[in-house]
Every structure is written in structure tokens, then in C-alpha cells.
Write a protein of this length. Structure first.
Length: 477
């Protein structure tokens, strides 16, 4: 069959719209899926803004960096177990376990008398948070019709943009008044509101045939790799940072090789076949997630190069997340394989255009006009991620070789994203070190260097599109 026939076969009969997703019978599904990921994302940025006040209250400054590290490691562990938990516990019970763990960890953090207890709370929080994020993608396939998958993926990923703004805002207010524990209570209230909706939205059915659990070796290698990357983010030596990053990447390679040997329990079996769209789509997700981590350095450069106040520099840093959200809102509603493929391929190229332009605009002293143009370029780079993300995610959800791989394929989006976020932070750190001692050189190096991930991402999307068309043609033959 010709590729045009395949395109027509793959063009959805029903065009999805935001109104379909956010009103009527789908609105509670949207609220639960978005609420779970929103809790995780808001908590990430809220805790960062609260941490100085918490350290001043309970001490433990030597553990400062580990507050993020233990949360990340726990999130990687639980996100890798989503496709194992779903058929055993059922979707509803898995959601309750995730919300319960997140709530328990939040309570421990709220009452922590010393930093060691806070770290324990963060680990439990991370276990619940990783499950919530994984469920946000895994249940799109089963709770929403196919024509709303792109919109569902856009809504879920858009919660990171919401968290980028909401987390620092809420955390900053509570920290300013010396009430950092009150912010944790607010998280508990929102967690309870999401839990109230779960019984009315998420089914309790369980699968008949239970898939095998992931190998302890696979999970262990993932955890060690995430830990090494987290340590790399807090070392000062460029050489040591690079060594830790290389070892972590080798660990990830061994983890996925072991997963492939055991039949695909964290990534679906189709992800290990280059003729499938999945490895290319996961590659695009990884590269876009990696590129997004440049945002962590933008507030610092905004203060040092443009002389911005910390609050304003923080909002400039959120330009990438804002662009991500603004880009995916109109993009997710596009229908038709040809249009989706073009948009998905163009998105990563905008990452390169936006970030490289921002890097070239950097100077030792940046005036108002240059700073505005710099912020706009960052917004364009973020929009590139948002434009491509919903279509790549939907392609993963529908790209598995069989239906029994579907939940695993969808849940793995979150695992790939979390691991790639950690790697992206380390890569950005390496580029900052290579940029030299001057802030302008550091900013140029990290923005131009990490911006090149967009070109590789566009190539992955193109390869994934070609594989998707072959798959569609084979199904119609």
C-alpha cells in the first residue's frame, strides 16, 4: 500500500478538541491525570524554594543537595514499576497507593524535626510521585479515546509548566513568612482533592495475565545510574563530573540491555526493534527532556549578565516552561498524520533555533532590549518542545506491536523523561564548566551546546515517522 493510503488510514475520523477533553464525561479523567502529575511537578519546584527556610529551621545544610537526589532516585524506582503495579493492583488501587505514598511522605516532611527525617520523607514522596507521573501517561490509553491521546499527553506534560510557576510562587510566600511546613499542608489538601475524584474516574479492574516483574538487576542499574548523575550535579571538578556522567550512561545501557534480554519489562519489547517507531520516539522524548534542563541555569545568568532581581530572573527562567505549555495547547489539536508529522519534526528544530539564538545574544552586559530578545528566544525553544511532545507521546501510546505492551509503552514515557532530566542537568553542568570562568562564556556554551539536541531530536522524529508509516501500511495490507 502507498504511503498516502497509509496516511488516510491513520487520519482519525473524529477530531479531538480541548472542549471534548475538559468538559462532559472526560473532565474528571483530565482532572485526575493532570492532578497527579501537577502534584509532582509543583512539589519539585516548591521544595526548591522552601529549602533555604527549612535548613535555617532544622539545620542539615550538608544534606542540601541530597533533598533533590533522594527524591529523584525514588521517582525513578517507582516509575519503572508502573506497568508492573497496574495489572496486579488495578488502576484505581495503584492510584491510591501512589497518592497515599505521596501524602505520607509529605506528612513526614511537614513534621520533620531534623534534616535526616526530611530526607526520609522526600524518598517516600518520590516513590508516590514517580507512580503518579507514570500513571498520568499510562492511563491516557485506557481512560481516553484515541482521538484525545495527543490532547491528554499535552495536558499531562503541561503540568510541568504550571508547576514551574506555581511551585516557586507558593513556596516563596510560605518561606517569606517562615511557614515552610504550611506549604506541605497545602500539598496534602490538594492530594486529598485528587483522591476524592479517583473512585469516580479510574476503574478498579485488574488484568487477567500478570506480566513478570522487572529484574532487580535492571532496576538496580537504573537507580545507581540516577544516583551517579545526581552526584555529578554537585561536584566541582569538570573531569569528575564527566567521568560520573559516562559511567551513569554505561549503567543505563546495561540496564536496558538486561531489560531487553528479559523480554522488555520497563521498556516494551517493541522499543528494542529499530524497525518500530518506539525507539526513535523514546529518543525524541529523551532529547527534548535533556534540552529542557537548561532552564535551571537561566535565573543565574539573568542575574549575573542582565542584572535582574532574583524574582524577575526566576520568571525569565520559567520562559522555557511557559513556551512548552503555550506551544502544545494549539499543537495538540492538530489532526491527520501528515500534519502531525510535520509539526512533530519542526518542533525540535525550534529548540535549536531558540536556544542557539539565545546563546548568540549573550554578552558580558545585557541591556533591556537584548534581555527581552533573549527571553523571547528561550520562549521559542520551549515552544519547540511543546509543539512536538503531544504527537510524539501519542505515537508511543499507539506504536507498540501489541495491545498488551500499550500500558508499558505509555508508562515508560515518564521513566525516560525522568532519567533524561537528570542526565540533562549533568550535561548542562559539563557545558557550563567548559564555558570557562566568565558567565557570558558559560551561558553561550550551555545554550548553544544543549540546543543542538534539537537537531538530533528532529532526526529521531523523522525516523519514527518513517517507521510509523511502514507499520500503518503493513496493518492495512
Amino acid at each position: 500500500m502507498s504511503s498516502s493510503s497509509a496516511q488516510n488510514a491513520e487520519t482519525p475520523v473524529v477530531k479531538g478538541s480541548w472542549r471534548d477533553l475538559l468538559t462532559g464525561r472526560h473532565r474528571r479523567v483530565a482532572a485526575v491525570l493532570a492532578g497527579g502529575v501537577g502534584l509532582y511537578a509543583t512539589n519539585v519546584f516548591l521544595t526548591t524554594s522552601l529549602l533555604p527556610a527549612a535548613v535555617q529551621d532544622i539545620g542539615g545544610s550538608r544534606y542540601y543537595a541530597w533533598v533533590t537526589t533522594v527524591f529523584l532516585v525514588a521517582s525513578v524506582i517507582s516509575s519503572a514499576l508502573v506497568s508492573t503495579a497496574l495489572p496486579r493492583l488495578g488502576a484505581r488501587n495503584t492510584y491510591f497507593v501512589a497518592l497515599g505514598a505521596f501524602a505520607l511522605g509529605t506528612v513526614i516532611c511537614a513534621v520533620a524535626p531534623v534534616m535526616e527525617v526530611l530526607l526520609a520523607g522526600r524518598f517516600v514522596q518520590g516513590l508516590g510521585g514517580g507512580l503518579l507521573c507514570g500513571l498520568g501517561y499510562a492511563l491516557i490509553r485506557s481512560l481516553l479515546p484515541e482521538h484525545l491521546w495527543s490532547l491528554g499527553a499535552a495536558l499531562v506534560s503541561g503540568m510541568w509548566g504550571v508547576g514551574t510557576f506555581l511551585g516557586p510562587a507558593v513556596g516563596g510566600v510560605f518561606a517569606q513568612y517562615g511557614m515552610w511546613r504550611g506549604a506541605m499542608v497545602t500539598l496534602l489538601v490538594v492530594t486529598a482533592l485528587v483522591a476524592i475524584l479517583v473512585p469516580f474516574t479510574v476503574p478498579s479492574t485488574r488484568a487477567g495475565d500478570l506480566p513478570p516483574v522487572p529484574s532487580p538487576l535492571t532496576v538496580g542499574l537504573l537507580v545507581v545510574s540516577a544516583l551517579l548523575v545526581s552526584i555529578a550535579n554537585i561536584v566541582d571538578s569538570t573531569v569528575l563530573l564527566g567521568v560520573l556522567l559516562v559511567v551513569a550512561l554505561l549503567g543505563l545501557g546495561l540496564a536496558f540491555a538486561d531489560d531487553k534480554r528479559r523480554g522488555g519489562r520497563i521498556l516494551p519489547r517493541s522499543a528494542f526493534s529499530l524497525s518500530s517507531p518506539l525507539p526513535w520516539c523514546y529518543g525524541a522524548v529523551a532529547l527534548m527532556s535533556l534540552a529542557s534542563q537548561v532552564e535551571a541555569f537561566i535565573p543565574l545568568f539573568g542575574q549575573r549578565l542582565a542584572g535582574l532581581a532574583p524574582l524577575l530572573a526566576g520568571f525569565v527562567g520559567a520562559a522555557i516552561a511557559l513556551g512548552w505549555t503555550l506551544g502544545e495547547v494549539p499543537s495538540a489539536g492538530i489532526s491527520g498524520l501528515r500534519a502531525k508529522s510535520r509539526v512533530a519534526s519542526a518542533g525540535p528544530l525550534l529548540i535549536t533555533i531558540g536556544f542557539v539564538t539565545a546563546g548568540l545574544l549573550v554578552g558580558e552586559v545585557m541591556g533591556t532590549c537584548v534581555t527581552v530578545a533573549w527571553t523571547a528566544a528561550l520562549l521559542v525553544g520551549g515552544a519547540g518542545i511543546g509543539i512536538a511532545w503531544p504527537h510524539v507521546a501519542a505515537r508511543i501510546m499507539g506504536g507498540a506491536a501489541s495491545d498488551d505492551e500499550g500500558d508499558t509503552a505509555a508508562a515508560a514515557i515518564n521513566t525516560v523523561q525522568l532519567v533524561s532530566n537528570a542526565i540533562g542537568s549533568a550535561v548542562a553542568g559539563v557545558l557550563v564548566h567548559l564555558g570557562g570562568p566568565a558567565p557570558a562564556g558559560q551561558a553561550r556554551a550551555v545554550l548553544c551546546g544543549i540546543g543542538l539536541a534539537g537537531v538530533a531530536g528532529a532526526w529521531c522524529v523523522w525516523r519514527g515517522t518513517a517507521a510509523w508509516r511502514r507499520k500503518a501500511a503493513h496493518q492495512q495490507a
